[in-house]
Design a protein. Structure first.
Length: 138
């Protein structure tokens, strides 16, 4: 009998903790685009939670083929970094509330001229036809 009581108490406390943690999360979503307005496929998005004490934690996500992303985050202040091939990186500090939605639409500057680097034949794309599909204008 006592064994069942402790298992029941454990399950109630565990479920309560899991349900309670969902209430303290906001949804961050947006779309990564180029300065010309084209979506950036597979952009890498790094979200680093700023911590006053202890280690800082980072979360890595990738934008979809349409440049869109969405993630649930705990409240706090985050440094957001976004990067993609042949485009200048984006960085911003962002405050995430305890609940609700936060929109972030990073615009990555640059393009072909950033990739136009002399390092040897065939190593770096130097013409639009050599660029990955994710940065070509559609």
């Amino acid at each position: 009998m006592r064994k069942w009581f402790w298992w029941g108490a454990f399950l109630i406390l565990t479920a309560g903790g899991l349900l309670g943690s969902e209430g303290g999360r906001a949804v961050l979503s947006g779309k990564v685009i180029t300065s010309a307005g084209y979506p950036v496929t597979d952009a890498l998005i790094i979200l680093r939670l700023k911590s006053v004490s202890g280690p800082q934690s980072a979360t890595f996500i990738t934008a979809s083929e349409s440049g869109e992303f969405s993630i649930q985050l705990a409240s706090g202040v985050y440094d957001v970094f976004v990067s993609a091939t042949c485009l200048a990186p984006f960085a911003q500090r962002l405050s995430v509330p305890e609940s609700g939605r936060v929109a972030l639409n990073p615009v990555l500057q640059g393009g072909i001229e950033i990739c136009d680097v002399e390092v040897g034949p065939g190593l770096v794309p130097t013409t639009p036809s050599q660029l990955p599909d994710k940065v070509k204008p559609k």
